[in-house]
Structures are given as structure tokens and as C-alpha cells.
Ligand binder design. Structure first.
Ligand SMILES: Nc1ncnc2c1ncn2[C@@H]1O[C@H](COP(=O)(O)OP(=O)(O)O)[C@@H](O)[C@H]1O
Ligand SMILES: [Mg+2]
Length: 422
């Protein structure tokens, strides 16, 4: 459904009947929200605890929550709703309870990995950085590395321009180019490099990186980042880029306590990033997830995430049940309960109950405050839908279509039900 601000424009524009009321009718998913709330709360406690160290590259990760299910079951809709609810409490569906965290501490970033959205790894990284632009401050270690990568891989195409031109900046605001400039100027100043970086287009980071190598300790903003020098000295290719998220994580951990935020990255349509034999993009994305243990990740896709499967060793960097306890399939002997934590971060998105279906159909189209689709038709559609939201959505469209071709009430005419023909 094309829902804009809670209105179903497709339904509205399919009829001349101005008394028709449409509602996006986002239904249920309350248990999924509870799982997100519980896992995110746990994550916030963990990352705030003394034992947590963002530079620990070996500790098991429990910061991923997976929702999987067949096409049309509502994963994308759920992912969008989560983004909206996390960004703005006012957009949280009525049936979802109030979460326990302060709203301004959560920064949702949603990335659609659908093939049609053609998001490559470079864009993937940029989108995460752009999502963090709302912090309103430079992230110098990362910004410097990214700038160096960009200059090597896109000569003659300044990053600022690319961001301004692409839809990316429009989506995330214009703040990033400025933040990156000021990060570089600050570093240049600390290194006492002549000339202002802001006015130079092109090969600026070469000089910076060179000076930094000798005098890193003089740049206070970067001094504590143990792995920065290695990253800046590595060939700036795609593989190197996939390690830069470590710098993002490091920068986030360094924010003053009062301004600390937790990004919640929502990766949708995960099934599109490869197949069972080609995992190139998945490897880079998994690396990003691993290197950002202070972010929280919500992954939606057709199938379970296989990262805890030891058979994937060699195809991905971090595999096995020890690394990803929450993603592992618990092997439980009969009469025994699964070990705590095991596998509980992979959640099947199930079909709607008959009550959910009826609720959806009754709310979706209304006239004078009463459901437009009569009860008997709702029952037929509900039975045939097998609880699949996509089917309900299509049935509503079909209902409107029949209504305009065979009179105000498709149920009363010769054709007895909307569901029969859908
Ligand atoms: N919770 C929901 N409430 C109402 N409608 C939903 C809900 N989830 C899905 N839908 C409907 O079902 C259609 C398919 O859902 P979608 O999220 O695209 O499924 P998936 O991403 O799993 O393929 C959507 O266009 C929407 O109309
Ligand atoms: Mg989808």
C-alpha cells in the first residue's frame, strides 16, 4: 500500500466517492515491537556497562535482531514502522507500548537492500554516515578515512558534490558535507598544515595522512584511536572501506556522555544481497555489523540469518554460535530447555490471526465511521487470505475496483464477493 502520512492515496484516487475514508490500518505486530524494545533495552544496558569496550574485536555479539518470513507477510512494513516509531514517538502505532529509553538517544537509519534500490557497499557505508549526520558534529577519524577512500576511488568528483547531487543528502539533510569539511580543517590546523583545507578540492588527504603518520599524537581528536594509522595506511579499496565502520564505532563511543546516541540500523530485504554461493556483499556488510558493536541492528529478510552456522566459515569473517549466540539454532535434546539466549534473536514474522484480518479490513476502508466492507465479505476475505497481509491489501484494491464497476456494494450484486475474483 502506498501510505502517505497514514492515508491510503491509492484507495482514495481509485474512486470519485469523496465520502470514502481510508486508513493505512497498520495492524498488530505488537509482539515484534516488544521483542525490539526488550532487545534494544538490553543492548543499551550492555553498551553502557563498564565491561563494554567498542574496540574489542573478539567478544561475542548480541546486537542483531532478525525478522524473517515469506514475501508479503509484512517485513518491509514492519521495518518502516520501526524506523518511524524509533525516530518519533508520535508516529508509534497506537498498539505499541511506550519504550523505556529516552527518545533522543536513539538514531534509526533504515537501508533498503533490495536489488531495485541498487545499494552497493559504498552507498551502504555512506548511508550509515549520513544517518549519523543528525548528531550535528564531525566524526574526524572516520571522515578522514572516508575522504581518503573517496579521493582515490572517485578522482575529480568531490564527495560533497556527490552527496549534494545524489538523493542521499536530500534524504538525510545537508549537514554532512559541512561536518566533513570542519573535521578536516580541524585536523589540518592541529597538524599546522599551511592553507585551509576547506578551499582545496582534490588531493588534500594525502598531505594530511602523511603528516598524521609522523605527528598523530598532536591531533587530540585522533590520538586515542589505536587502529586509525593502519587503516589510513592501507590501500584505500573497498576491502579497506569495510573496516572503516570501526572508526565510526570508536567516534560514537567517544561522544560526551550527555550526547551519546545509539544508532539502530534497519536492514531490509536482506535476501537480495546475494545467494547461497556468492556472499561478497554479505561479507562486507557482516564486517560492518561486527565492527559496530555499539549500534543495534534489525535485519529483515526472507530467511534466517546463517551467521551462526559454522559451515559458513571461510565465506564470512565472523561465524559460529560462539560469535553470534542469539542467531544460533539451539540444538536441544528432548525434554530440555534451550540454553538461555540461544537463537532467540531470530524471529519468524507470522500471519495475521482472523481477528487481525478483520480488524485490518474493517479499519482500512470506512464511510461515516463505519466499515465499508461488510462483515460477510470480511469473513470470506479473511478465510482466503490465510492471514497474509499482502492478500488483504490486494483484496481491498479489488473490492474498490468491483465497487466502481458493479455498483456501490459489490456484495449485493450478481457477483457475490470481492474475494471470489481476487
Ligand atoms: N502490519 C500490517 N498492517 C497492515 N498492513 C500490512 C501489515 N504488514 C503488511 N501489510 C500489507 O501487506 C503488504 C505486503 O507487506 P510487505 O511489508 O511489503 O511484505 P514483505 O516485505 O514481507 O514482502 C503491504 O503492502 C501492506 O499493505
Ligand atoms: Mg519486503
Amino acid at each position: 500500500m502506498d501510505v502517505t502520512g497514514g492515508r491510503d492515496l491509492r484507495a482514495l484516487f481509485s474512486t470519485n466517492d469523496r465520502s470514502l475514508q481510508t486508513d493505512e490500518a497498520f495492524t498488530n505486530r505488537a509482539s515484534q515491537w516488544e521483542l525490539v524494545a526488550a532487545a534494544l533495552t538490553e543492548h543499551l544496558q550492555h553498551t553502557a556497562s563498564r565491561g563494554f569496550n567498542v574496540e574489542d574485536l573478539e567478544a561475542p555479539r548480541n546486537h542483531v535482531l532478525v525478522f524473517h518470513g515469506v514475501g508479503g507477510i509484512g517485513k518491509t512494513t514492519l521495518s518502516r514502522k520501526l524506523e518511524a516509531a524509533l525516530a518519533d514517538a508520535g508516529r508509534r502505532p497506537a498498539q505499541w507500548g511506550e519504550p523505556g529509553w529516552p527518545a533522543d538517544r536513539i538514531l534509526p537509519v533504515r537501508i533498503d537492500l533490495a536489488r531495485s534500490a541498487s545499494c552497493d557497499f559504498e552507498q551502504f557505508v555512506l548511508m550509515i554516515r549520513l544517518g549519523l549526520a543528525r548528531l550535528g558534529r564531525p566524526l574526524p577519524a572516520f571522515d578522514l578515512a572516508l575522504r581518503r577512500f573517496w579521493e582515490a576511488n572517485h578522482p575529480g568528483e568531490p564527495l560533497e558534490e556527490y552527496l549534494r547531487r545524489g538523493g542521499l543528502a536530500a534524504r538525510f539533510g545537508q549537514a554532512l558535507p559541512q561536518q566533513m569539511q570542519s573535521a578536516l580543517s580541524d585536523i589540518a590546523q592541529a597538524l599546522l598544515l599551511p592553507g585551509t583545507v576547506g578551499s582545496v578540492v582534490g588531493q588534500v588527504t594525502g598531505a594530511l595522512v602523511g603528516a598524521l603518520r609522523e605527528r598523530r599524537q598532536t591531533v587530540r581528536a585522533l590520538a586515542g584511536c589505536a587502529r586509525l594509522a593502519d587503516l589510513l595506511e592501507a590501500e584505500p579499496d573497498l576491502d579497506a572501506l569495510s573496516y572503516y565502520p570501526h572508526l565510526l564505532a570508536w567516534e560514537l563511543a567517544r561522544l560526551p556522555a550527555g550526547r551519546r546516541v545509539t544508532p539502530v540500523v534497519l536492514l531490509d530485504t536482506f535476501e537480495d544481497i546475494g545467494d547461497r554461493t556468492r556472499r561478497d556483499l554479505e561479507r562486507l556488510i557482516q564486517r560492518t555489523v561486527w565492527l559496530m558493536p555499539n549500534a543495534f541492528w534489525v535485519i529483515t529478510g526472507r530467511s534466517r540469518l546463517q551467521w551462526a552456522d559454522p559451515a559458513l566459515q571461510g565465506q564470512l569473517d565472523y561465524t559460529g554460535p560462539t560469535a553470534w549466540p542469539g542467531l544460533a539454532t539451539p540444538i536441544v535434546p528432548a525434554n530440555r530447555t534451550p540454553p538461555t539466549g540461544s537463537g532467540r534473536r531470530q524471529v519468524l514474522v507470522g500471519d495475521f490471526s482472523p481477528e487481525d484480518c478483520d480488524d485490518y479490513l474493517a479499519r482500512r476502508l470506512a464511510r461515516d465511521g463505519r466499515p465499508l466492507i461488510s462483515e460477510p465479505i470480511r469473513r470470506v476475505i479473511t478465510t482466503r487470505s490465510h492471514g497474509l497481509p499482502l492478500y488483504l491489501d490486494l483484496s481491498v484494491a479489488r473490492f474498490l475496483e468491483l465497487r466502481s464497476t458493479c455498483g456501490a456494494s459489490p456484495c449485493g450484486g450478481r457477483r457475490t464477493s470481492a474475494a471470489r475474483t481476487s
